[in-house]
Write a protein that binds this ligand. Structure first.
Ligand SMILES: Nc1ncnc2c1ncn2[C@@H]1O[C@H](COP(=O)(O)OP(=O)(O)OP(=O)(O)O)[C@@H](O)[C@H]1O
Ligand SMILES: [Mg+2]
Length: 110
């Protein structure tokens, strides 16, 4: 959000069926913790959205971004049998939703 804005973090508990986890690479249906990060930044065009999880894909100027942020997040979340979703509209903002199986979330609580 280069010109400022609102950043929100939300959590919820979600039951997902097999259809709802179909787009996640290795998640099983069940109960998930959902962590959402919502911003009112510049958003992304559909063409950019398609590529954001590619390693080294960045729209930042040379020397500013590695393009590894989201590909790393995607790999880590997939490894935990979770899922990562994005919703975005140019000029309006972006929402990322992280889904983690509730059992994995419980195991990482000290
Ligand atoms: N919240 C967001 N709003 C708009 N565009 C975003 C958002 N998050 C990511 N993007 C787009 O996705 C691209 C890839 O993001 P990613 O985090 O992988 O790399 P980066 O942010 O460019 O680099 P780094 O994470 O190393 O700073 C960004 O360059 C940007 O175009
Ligand atoms: Mg980043």
């Amino acid at each position: 959000m280069p010109d400022g804005g609102t950043l929100m973090v939300e959590t919820s508990r979600e039951n997902l069926n097999s259809q709802q986890v179909a787009s996640f690479e290795r998640a099983n249906p069940g109960t998930f913790v959902r962590l959402s990060i919502l911003d009112t930044g510049h958003g992304m065009s559909p063409d950019i959205q398609k590529r954001i999880f590619e390693p080294f894909f960045t729209t930042k100027p040379i020397g500013r971004g590695t393009g590894l942020g989201l590909s790393t997040a995607f790999a880590d979340i997939t490894h935990m049998s979770g899922g990562l979703e994005v919703e975005s509209e140019v000029g309006k903002g972006t929402a990322f939703h992280i889904y983690l199986p509730i059992e994995a979330a419980r195991q990482s609580t000290p």
